[in-house]
Design a protein around this ligand. Structure first.
Ligand SMILES: Nc1nc2c(c(=O)[nH]1)N(C=O)[C@@H](CNc1ccc(C(=O)N[C@@H](CCC(=O)O)C(=O)O)cc1)CN2
Ligand SMILES: Nc1ncnc2c1ncn2[C@@H]1O[C@H](COP(=O)(O)OP(=O)(O)OP(=O)(O)O)[C@@H](O)[C@H]1O
Length: 235
C-alpha cells in the first residue's frame, strides 16, 4: 500500500505513530517533519469526514425512531442519575438529530432534580456557561440556532457544583472516546473533572453514533459513562 493510500485509512493516534515510524524507516521521504504535518492534516480530515457521515446517519432516523430512542434512553439515564444521587444535572436541547432530551427533562422536573443548559460564554470564546433551566426560563437562539437560556447571572452554576453533565456528542467508541461538533466546548468544560471527581460526564447518543475506534487528540476527554437507547456503557 502506498503512503498516501495508508493516510486515507488512518484512524487512531497509534496508526499515526506507526505510520510516522514507517515513513522514517522506509526512507521514502527525506523530510520526516513536514510529512508528520501532512499526517496531522489528514487525521483532521478523517475527523471531519467521520463527523459528517455520523451527523447524516443520526439525522436520517425517522421521527418514530427518534421518539422511541429518546424514551428508551431516558429511562436508562434516569436510572443512572438516581443511582448517582444526582441533584444538579446539565443537559442539552436537541440539535442536528441528537438523541432527544424533552422526555428526560420532563422526568427530571417531575422528580425535582435541578436541570441546567449550556450557553456560549459572552466574552470567552470556546467556553460554556451553565444556567438553571425551568419551564419559564427566558430563552434565545445562539449562533448555531440552538436555544439557550438568556444571560442571567443569578441562574449561573459553577461547573464544579454540577453533579452530572449529560454530554452531547457526534461519535463515540468502545473505549469511551468522544468526538463532538468540533468547537472544543465540552473538552474545555470537562478538562479537570477528574481532579474533583465532579461533574461526572455522561455521554448520551444514538446507537448509530458508535464507531470502532475514534481518532483522538490529547485534549479529548474520555467519558466514563455513555448511555444509548439500548445500552449503558461504563469505562
Ligand atoms: N445541543 C447541543 N448544544 C450544544 C452543543 C452540542 O453539541 N449540542 N455544543 C457542543 O459543543 C455547544 C455548541 N457547539 C456547537 C458547535 C458547532 C455547531 C454547528 O452546528 N456547527 C455548524 C457550523 C456552523 C458555523 O460554522 O457557523 C456545522 O458544523 O454544520 C453547533 C453547536 C453548546 N451547545
Ligand atoms: N482543554 C482545551 N483547552 C484549549 N483548547 C481546547 C481544549 N480542548 C479542545 N480544545 C480545542 O478545541 C478545538 C476543537 O476540539 P475538538 O475537535 O476535539 O472538539 P469536539 O470535542 O468535537 O467539540 P465539543 O467538545 O464542543 O463537542 C481544537 O482545536 C482544540 O485545540
Amino acid at each position: 500500500m502506498s503512503t498516501s493510500s495508508k493516510l486515507s485509512h488512518l484512524n487512531t493516534q497509534s496508526d499515526t505513530a506507526h505510520l510516522a515510524v514507517e515513513v522514517a524507516t522506509v526512507g521514502e521521504m527525506t523530510d520526516v517533519a513536514s510529512h508528520a504535518a501532512d499526517i496531522a492534516i489528514h487525521t483532521q480530515e478523517n475527523r471531519n469526514q467521520l463527523r459528517k457521515s455520523i451527523r447524516t446517519a443520526r439525522k436520517s432516523l425517522s421521527e418514530t425512531e427518534q421518539i422511541q430512542a429518546s424514551l428508551s434512553a431516558s429511562q436508562r439515564m434516569l436510572d443512572a442519575l438516581l443511582a448517582q444521587n444526582a441533584q444538579h444535572v446539565a443537559l442539552y436541547l436537541t440539535h442536528d438529530g441528537e438523541l432527544a432530551t424533552p422526555a428526560l427533562i420532563a422526568a427530571l422536573w417531575q422528580l425535582g432534580i435541578h436541570t441546567y443548559l449550556p450557553r456560549l460564554h459572552p466574552f470567552n470564546a470556546g467556553q460554556l456557561l451553565f444556567l438553571h433551566y425551568s419551564a419559564d426560563t427566558p430563552m434565545q437562539a445562539n449562533q448555531f440556532g440552538i436555544l439557550e437560556p438568556k444571560l442571567d447571572v443569578r441562574a449561573i452554576i459553577p461547573v464544579t457544583e454540577l453533579d452530572v453533565v449529560i454530554t452531547p456528542l457526534v461519535a463515540f467508541d468502545l473505549m469511551g472516546n468522544r468526538m463532538g461538533m468540533g468547537g472544543g466546548y465540552y473538552d474545555r468544560t470537562l478538562a479537570n473533572w477528574q481532579l474533583k471527581g465532579k461533574p461526572l460526564p455522561m455521554g448520551y447518543a444514538h446507537d448509530c453514533q458508535q464507531v470502532v475506534s475514534l481518532p483522538c487528540e490529547h485534549w479529548d476527554v474520555p467519558l466514563p459513562f455513555i448511555i444509548t437507547p439500548s445500552r449503558v456503557l461504563t469505562f
